[in-house]
Write a protein that binds this ligand. Sequence first.
Ligand SMILES: Nc1ncnc2c1ncn2[C@@H]1O[C@H](COP(=O)(O)OP(=O)(O)O)[C@@H](O)[C@H]1O
Length: 190
Amino acid sequence: MINIVLFGKPGAGKGTQAEFLKGKYNLTHLSTGDIFRFNIKNETELGKLAKTYMDQGDLVPDEVTIKMLQSEVDNNQDSAGFLFDGFPRTIAQADALDVFLASKNEKITATIALDADDEILVARLLERGKTSGRVDDQDEDKIRNRYQEYNEKTAPLMNYYSQQHKFYSVNGIGSIAEITERLSAVIEKL
Ligand SMILES: Nc1ncnc2c1ncn2[C@@H]1O[C@H](COP(=O)(O)OP(=O)(O)O)[C@@H](O)[C@H]1O
C-alpha cells in the first residue's frame, strides 16, 4: 500500500493535483475540506459544527476531524492506498494518523509539499472565491487567518515528517501538468 500526504498552504493546488494523481496511481483521494463541505451541503450535524469554524478560516477541532478521517479510511478497506489532502493539519492529527495506520499494519509512505509564495496564493484564493462560492475564499481577512492557522499549526508538520525522513517538496508554481510531473517524479522514486 502507498499512502501519501499532499501538503501545502491553502490554495497551493492540492485538490487539483490529487485529481490527477489518484487515477494515475490508483489511490483513494481523501480531502477533509471536501468531506466537510459535503456535510455542510447536506446539513448534517457534522456539517453544522464544521461550518462555524470553516467560515472563519479556523481549523475544525482535532477530535472531530480525526474521527471523521478514520471512518473514511475504514469505509475504503479495499483501497490500494490513500492520498490524504488537507490532513493531517496539526501534530495531534499526524500522531493520530500514525497510530491509526499502525493499527492496520500500514504507514505513511511520504509527505509531498507543493511549495508556493503566500502572496501568489492569496491572490489565487481571492480569484477562486469569485466562482467557488466558498465563504472562506471571499474575504481577505479570513484568508489571512487561514495562513495564520497554517503557520502556527500546520507548518510544524514539515519538521515532523522530515524527522521521519518522509518529507519531500516540489515547486508548486507552473502549469498543472508540469506540477503533476514533478509530483510523479517523487512518487516513482519511493
Ligand atoms: N485536517 C483538518 N483539520 C481541521 N480543519 C480542517 C482540516 N481540513 C479541512 N479543515 C477545515 O476546512 C477548511 C477548508 O479546507 P480545504 O478545503 O483543505 O482548503 P484550503 O487548504 O484551500 O484552505 C479549513 O480552513 C478548515 O476549517
